[in-house]
Design a protein around this ligand. Sequence first.
Ligand code: SAH
Length: 579
Amino acid sequence: MVHFVGAGPGAPDLITVRGAALLEQADVVIYAGSLVNPALLARCKDGCEVYNSAAMTLDEVLAVMERRADKCVVRLHTGDPALYGAIREQMDALSAKGIDCDVTPGVSSLFGAAAALGAEFTLPGVSQSLIVTRLAGRTAVPEGERLRELARHGASMAIFLSAGLLDGVQSELLAGGLAASTPAAIVYKATWPEEKTVRCTVGTLAEAGAAEKITKTALVFVGGFLDAPYEKSRLYDPTFTTAYRRGSEDGEIAYLSFTERGRALAETLRCALGGEAACTRDGVKLKDWTAARFSAARALVYIGAAGIAVRAVAPHLVSKVSDPAVIAVDEGGQFVIPVASGHLGGANALSREIARLTGGVAAVTTATDVSGVFAVDDWARTQGCAVTGAGQIKRVSGKLLAGETITVRSAYAIEGEPPERVALTESDAPDVWVDIRPHEALTVVPRTLTLGVGCRRGITREILETRFAAFCEQTGILPEAIADAASIDWKESEPGLRAFCANHGWSLSTYTAEELSAVRGEFTASDFVERTTGVSNVCERAAVLSANGALLARKFAGDGVTFALAERPARLNWGEGNG
Ligand code: SAH
């Protein structure tokens, strides 16, 4: 029997337990001497025959296997044998001779090198794909897999077997449209004592490799994952407090129970309202569970004592505009207590929903609810609006609670009758504004805009952010008014653009040149854009198409970026039964 075994990337303790056991039993070991660490052979028993395949032809390797097939033969390959291991030809030859074989996986050098860099290939908002490839060398690479073709995706890349061809790697990546500033790294002999990591960019790849004299046994990584900011950082950013916590489409409800009865209730709620449920009886830790979900979930529901919920979330609370809804429900479902983020976070509304399901009572304690007065922040949430100047919510609610009337000036029609003690005004100093432009007063911002974007290939998120700030300044539009972004289809995987959109919580819709050309209206035309994209304008057309609305701000160009805004009609209503 022949066992193909992955030896791991180099460090002798990175072989799997199964692989190590096979090495210990082996009567014959054939190892790939050029890359497998010989320290692993210390595991072999006395009398084990050891061959270094670096000095052998395929036929010689097969001859040893055939001769000793009745013994335990281990064929030791570097990393995982399924990547560039040339095991398939050996397995086919063995099966033709009726010799059994199996495969024990190993830790690929791919992962050894990622660990050395502390890198994650799949960062949300940066890339969700990893391309594993090589430059053509003695082994040809299919035409459609040329490095320049693969580079066009903007995905994370791991390039094997190419350390001696860094010039070629660099020029292929550039030819594929990656910016010279795209992050890259070279990892030499990952997990070996002589491991070296070199961080550079696509434009300095060859130079960096030459400076470190790296010509073999190295992996090249390329992509924004090596240093780009990603979605999560935004969620941890305490300055992210002016935007309304995104609505129900953003994040799930997470339930944590502590008993079997609680588990059953959590399951009932999960089935009705969606989300994910966990129970501390399965070994989940309250603290860890809370820390992992606080920024990402829309609501945290603790099926247990309110005190448990309070203590668990206390270290994480930042602001009512950014914190998730926090709710405690007793395991009988009798009392549903919104603990934090009642209005903007939707804890009051969700508590009522849960109480309806359990037949219990929502113990709502926010003053405006108790006195039955209008709550601006709650209303903003039901209208899908953002809020800026949230620090003033307290003052506005205080006026209402004191029995005074508040004034609202709206740039948009609001259907229905305003609630009690809310008066519409044309005054320039209302208590509340409803508008997409900035004001001193508390402002409810309808999310009516689509940002159309055109950009050159390899644009960085930093340039997009700088240009976006200038664009907002010039148009006098609040960034909170933007609901989503739109562009042409082949910008879909542009890493900088993706990171930019993710940072603002926007989805990116993309359209083909034909779809964009078919949009009717008057748009700023450019010969250059027409020549490079096949449509005379990208940003304005994409915005109008995606918003299905009117152009609000025309093309704003500079630094390889164009922005435009289109507006869909705001649909606001005072709702029924308010007050
Ligand atoms: N099956 C192996 C790859 C074999 S091909 C695996 O899964 O890792 C040989 C190539 O792998 C080398 O040219 C180099 O690109 C890469 N490689 C192998 N070991 C490495 C290590 N320790 N550090 C960096 N690259 C390594």
